[in-house]
Design a protein around this ligand. Structure first.
Ligand code: FES
Length: 120
């Protein structure tokens, strides 16, 4: 998969995040526990931004809106719209469960590289 050189590693210190335009995607890059993750900034539930989502101990991102949770490495759904109680379940039925698109990352010569599109 073609990779794009996006930013110097020292511009994204530990525990920070940035939005980067990669083609038609807004990619959310996260530096957490020594690892870089790159995911679509749009939550697959209702397309709302994930940028301020909480990162859990087991490397998931939790959407700030209805708290769907996605594995940062695989994009797999860990929870689907559990919030708010009762309403969340109804809102979850609006869209079928869908994984979060994930972009491959690579560090080279002090720069972070990101795949030009999400993996399959
Ligand atoms: S928009 Fe993310 S869980 Fe609903």
């Amino acid at each position: 998969m073609p990779m794009i050189k996006v930013l110097p590693i020292d511009e994204i210190p530990e525990d920070s995040r940035k939005i980067i335009d990669v083609g038609k995607y807004k990619v959310l890059v996260i530096h957490s526990k020594g690892q870089f993750f790159a995911v679509d900034n749009h939550c697959p539930h209702m397309n709302l931004p994930l940028k301020n989502g909480k990162i859990t101990e087991d490397h998931a991102i939790v959407c700030p809106f209805h708290r769907s949770a996605f594995d940062l490495e695989t994009g797999d759904v860990k929870e689907w719209s559990p919030w708010p109680p009762v309403m969340g379940k109804a809102l979850g039925a609006i869209a079928r469960e869908k994984a979060l698109p994930i972009f491959e990352t690579m560090e080279k010569d002090g720069w972070l590289w990101i795949a030009d599109k999400p993996g399959e």
